[in-house]
Design a protein around this ligand. Structure first.
Ligand code: NAD
Ligand code: UDX
Length: 456
């Protein structure tokens, strides 16, 4: 039986290992973390991560061949293959602050592996890392004085939150990078064996280590670039009467462009896109490529601009003041089907509205607890479990996350509960603007002509 250990029980480690345990009954999978609260939650009925389908996979395998534990030394000792899935946030201090990846958690993990390992191991980079991190990792691991040998393999994760289980069950591709040596090839093959339990061979792609590390950063950068591209054009649509959904859908019909990932909105959020692009920018600067760095940095700049532009539009539409006005924020998660709010554009929108002295009423089906943490210390914010509570007496309603359930709310009832004139600012182009206008709302989407009852 292969003993698989994953260090880091977060949004990636927890679900990824649950699916590996589900598919590989001949493997024993242990997920460890220094955060005992998180491990307790993984061992409880209320998992620390909300993902459609996750509960079923965990509950079906936990205690059989899937274990969540804080006993890191024992897990490392027993492991054949160690996945490292710790957080790699943007550095907030010292050299490279604001761009470079903070690799302290990765290095501490490597040092734990060296401390507790009693035999040779395969160490798999699951975290997203700067290209050439494997070299540093290898140096830390091989500084051991006991002659232990480690093979470093890169196996970045491509799951998206909200669809993690589906993405893990049916990945477009699994990428495995290793050293170009016989031992390196053997280690890659051993990791590939795990995925061969359910992923077709032609979807398991092997490359050298550096290509694998860089591909992960580039994949996220290319996806984020599409979002910024379409959002930049949404600004032009608002000036010209073109409609961004029409433009994007027709442009996307060209098979060279493709239809997906062209939805204009408040901008991309989530723990990955911004962090990984900034990491790419830092790497380009480090390697003396300032033009390339500036190109990718503009993707983040457009993203910040989109949220600011949205609040600017709100302000000018609401007679240039929102001071003391009540505003409902429907949705706080960075996307639908997750409770994760990391880098959610809702945070920037709320903070800018609070700077304008608005009073906010925030509702989200899954992210209210995280929203409270994100807006901790802010006055004039009320958190509402019930969307109809949130809209009572408000001047405007903002759709900040594209939760499907928001489409099914009773907007006639909402209109009646609101101050008049009633405004909808649909930051995700989720609602049927014509229908909302017919109810009586003044409707503002992204990259769309506003539908208002005001005389021009
Ligand atoms: P996370 O913050 O949710 O989880 C990381 C976990 O690692 C935490 O629970 C933390 O306590 C633990 N940890 C940190 N240092 C440790 C140590 N020394 N020993 C044991 N545990 C330790 O992060 P995440 O969202 O799961 O992301 C993990 C990595 O995967 C990051 O590099 C991220 O960029 C990448 N990634 C994330 C996603 C995503 O959708 N969230 C997708 C693909 C890749
Ligand atoms: C992303 C990558 O998709 C995934 O492959 C990687 O492993 C982790 O980073 P994630 O951030 O979880 O996944 O979600 P994703 O679906 O990519 O959405 C990211 C952000 O972009 C969200 O805020 C979403 O609302 C926004 N987005 C996405 C748009 O605004 N328009 C789109 O067309 C698509």
């Amino acid at each position: 039986m292969t003993n698989i250990v994953c260090i880091g029980a977060g949004y990636v480690g927890g679900p990824t290992m649950a699916v590996i345990a589900d598919k590989c009954k001949d493997c024993r999978v242990t997920v460890v973390d220094i955060n005992s609260k998180r491990i307790d939650a993984w061992n409880s009925d209320s998992l620390p991560v909300y993902e459609p389908g996750l509960d079923e996979v965990v509950f079906r395998n936990r205690g059989k061949n899937l274990f969540y534990s804080t006993d890191i030394p024992a897990a490392i000792k027993a492991a054949d293959i160690i996945f490292v899935s710790v957080n790699t946030p943007t550095k907030t201090f010292g050299s490279g602050a604001g761009k470079a990846a903070d690799l302290q958690f990765l290095e501490k993990t490597a040092r734990s592996i060296v401390e507790y390992a009693e035999g040779d191991k395969i160490v798999v980079e699951k975290s997203t890392l700067p290209v050439r991190t494997a070299q540093a990792l290898s140096q830390v691991l091989h500084a051991n004085t006991r002659g232990l040998k480690f093979q470093i393999v890169s196996n970045p994760e491509f799951l998206a939150e909200g669809t993690a289980i589906e993405d893990l069950n049916h990945p477009d591709r699994v990428l495995i990078g290793g050293m170009d040596t016989p031992e390196g090839h053997a280690a890659v093959d051993k990791v590939a064996d795990i995925y061969r339990h359910w992923v077709p061979e032609d979807r398991i792609i092997t490359t050298n280590l550096w290509s694998s590390e860089l591909t992960k950063l580039v994949s996220n950068a290319l996806l984020a670039q599409r979002v910024s591209s379409v959002n930049s054009i949404s600004a032009l649509c608002e000036k010209t009467g073109a409609d961004i959904d029409q433009v994007a859908s027709v442009a996307g019909r060209d098979s060279r462009i493709g239809a997906r990932f062209l939805k204009a909105g408040l901008g991309f959020g989530g723990s990955c896109f911004k962090k990984d692009i900034l990491n790419l920018v830092y790497l380009c600067e480090h390697y003396g490529l300032p033009e390339v760095a500036a190109y990718w940095e503009s993707v983040v700049k457009i993203n910040d601009y989109q949220a600011t532009r949205f609040v600017g539009n709100m302000l000018s539409s609401m007679f240039n003041t929102v001071a003391d006005k009540k505003i409902a924020i429907l949705g706080f998660a960075f996307k639908s089907d997750t409770g994760d709010t990391r880098e959610s554009p809702a945070i920037a929108v709320c903070r800018q509205l609070l700077d304008e002295h608005a009073r906010l009423y925030v509702h989200d089906p899954k992210a209210l607890e995280n929203a409270k943490l994100d807006l901790a210390g802010c006055e004039n914010v009320t958190f509402c479990e019930d969307p109809y509570e949130a809209v009572k007496g408000v001047h405007a309603l903002v759709i900040a996350t594209a939760w499907n359930s928001f489409k099914d709310l009773d907007y006639k009832r909402i209109y009646d509960l609101m101050e008049k004139p009633a405004f909808i600012f649909d930051g995700r182009n989720l609602l049927d603007a014509e229908e909302m206008y017919e109810i009586g709302f003044n409707v503002y989407g992204i990259g769309k002509e506003p539908k208002t009852r005001f005389r021009k």
